[in-house]
Design a protein. Sequence first.
Lengths: 113, 113
Amino acid sequence: SQTIHQWPATLVQPVGSPLSLECTVEGTSNPNLYWYRQAAGRGLQLLFYSVGIGQISSEVPQNLSASRPQDRQFILSSKKLLLSDSGFYLCAWTMGGAGETQYFGPGTRLLVL
Amino acid sequence: QKEVEQNSGPLSVPEGAIASLNCTYSDRGSQSFFWYRQYSGKSPELIMFIYSNGDKEDGRFTAQLNKASQYVSLLIRDSQPSDSATYLCAVTYPVEYGNKLVFGAGTILRVKS
């Protein structure tokens, strides 16, 4: 069966510090991968998605970036965090090709102070 | 712009009653429709999906889709306090869009014992 991991689970960072969040998927190959952010009391905002290694599509202009160095690894980064970057970051995957159902990881709660 | 609208609630129902959650979407090109449940502080979990007009039942849950009216709903029969959560409606678009999901902001459901 497939599982998705995210770490860290929680993170408190000062404004201006760098960020690296990691997501890995097990039990499948060539998944589509997605990064979402959920601000407190808000809906899910799609940040990036990837259909393959090195292929990243950005949905929202911001100070975040994403990379996919391996088939089942997806990384969200920032060089300098802003207060507005606080939120709940969720990674999700679907099967590649016609797969549509997205399954979410446990999430990373980020607080920027 | 593709939009998904949900009443934010909270929707309060007594234990044992039927909870009815509604969702409308803007793009007639939408192909697949999903309901996720999100407990406070947790990541969304899939309840069910529906592709075709009509009803789809899974245990106490029934999804209803009306593509002509661009409307999808979720009925929860015999509601339990454990059903108290935020319910997210999501709509997906074709492969050329990376199988992206567009989420509504969610409806808060409270089941009173």
